[in-house]
Design a binder for this molecule. Structure first.
Ligand code: PHE
Length: 372
């Protein structure tokens, strides 16, 4: 039987179901390659048609799909049951390496390069002084980097990470957070609806509801993730952005806990000299609600372009969890109280790295991303 005939049969059909004789069979193939390459080289020395012959030889062994190596892969290796494939695989890999090293068009001089200079070069083998294939290393995206930094501060305070889905029910995103359908504040969030009961969450606050229902009280969590709003992109707005929500529910939680925790947080993130300011605000799911600002990290509160000469930078919305929201989370507001905050991660990243355009984060421009 010729090598070609053998390559067309399975090992089973060749009577080599057990591993005896497989080694010899592969050795036989290697010997055939050696013999064919040898006779090619002898003819090549005198024959000007060697380019054509080199291609024939290459195709005969290495052509994808129908070359002998491909046939051996198909009929010997792939047709062998998984249990005994190990040694056939090892033999096959050796064979394929041998075949490509011997029959590679570049090492068969007549093949591509016909000038004698090129021939000499090719005969010496690959040029090891050429640069190799370089794979560039990626880096952590600045939003992810800042997200982790924010998470770490709260993890250090005993909070746990909790996540929720980006496709959320209208109920969790609005109703359970004390924003009934008729309530005008629903319009504060330019919502992208999927259908009448599902939407792309407009904030991470629905995770408050999910976490309360899942874990009950006491509860100390931060919930990072993507949010969506039907927003026209500009320097500070993006239809997709990231928030981190914080939620603490326990007995005897007061506004003092909220202030103390967020003040500690701001000092950790922006530096020990940072001062914080809380001003009244409104959110349907917190009562009272507040807007927290920090002294401008760029000018220390003196007034500069970044803080619009005010000395303060608005950082987040916050407040004491509304009793109705606790109730919707299955927690008794007579026994427990809680505070919550929600902040935009991109904003923190822009402040930290002095980035003027939120769009930079999402344009995948390597020149921008490389800096982090
Ligand atoms: N969810 C609010 C927003 O997206 C932020 C917030 C969270 C305010 C928690 C208070 C408490 O604007």
């Amino acid at each position: 039987m010729t090598i070609d005939e053998k390559a067309a049969k399975t090992l089973d059909e060749l009577g080599l179901a057990d591993s005896n004789g497989v080694g010899e069979l592969f050795a036989e193939v290697r010997a055939a390659i050696e013999c064919e390459v040898d006779s090619f080289r002898r003819r090549e020395a005198s024959d000007s048609d060697s380019a054509c012959e080199a291609k024939t030889l290459r195709d005969r062994w290495l052509a994808r799909g129908h070359g002998l190596i491909a046939q051996i892969d198909q009929n010997w290796l792939k047709a062998t049951p998984k249990e005994s494939r190990g040694m056939v695989g090892a033999e096959f890999n050796r064979l394929r390496q041998y075949a490509t090293s011997q029959i590679d068009v570049d090492s068969l001089p007549g093949a591509r390069k016909t000038t004698s200079a090129a021939r000499g070069e090719a005969a010496r083998g690959p040029d090891l002084t050429l640069p190799g294939n370089q794979r560039e290393l990626g880096s952590i995206h600045p939003v992810t980097r800042v997200q982790r930094e924010l998470e770490d501060i709260f993890i250090g305070l005993g909070f746990r990470i909790e996540t929720g889905p980006e496709i959320e029910s209208v109920y969790n995103n609005f109703d359970a957070l004390n924003i009934p359908e008729s309530h005008p504040s629903r319009d504060d969030w330019d919502t992208l609806y999927i259908d009448s009961t599902t939407l792309l969450r407009t904030h991470t606050s629905p995770v408050q509801i999910r976490a309360m229902r899942k874990h009950g009280a006491p509860l100390y969590i931060v919930t990072p993730g993507k949010c969506y709003r039907n927003e026209n992109p500009d320097a500070t707005h993006s239809a997709m952005f990231h928030q981190i929500e914080g939620l603490a529910v326990d007995t005897d939680i007061t506004f003092a806990d909220l202030k103390g925790t967020l003040d500690f947080f701001a000092k950790k993130f922006f530096g020990e000299r940072t001062r914080t300011r809380f001003q009244p605000s409104f959110f349907p799911f917190t009562e009272p609600s507040g807007e927290m600002a920090a002294s401008c990290p760029f000018c220390g509160g003196q007034g500069c372009r970044t803080c619009k000469e005010s000395g303060w930078i608005e950082l987040m919305g916050c407040g004491m969890v509304h009793p109705d929201v606790l109730r919707h989370g299955g927690i008794d507001p007579e026994r427990y109280s809680g505070w919550a905050f929600g902040l935009g991660i991109e904003r923190f990243a822009m402040l930290k790295y002095d980035i003027g355009e939120i769009q930079n984060f999402f344009q995948s421009d390597v020149r921008f991303l490389k800096q982090f």
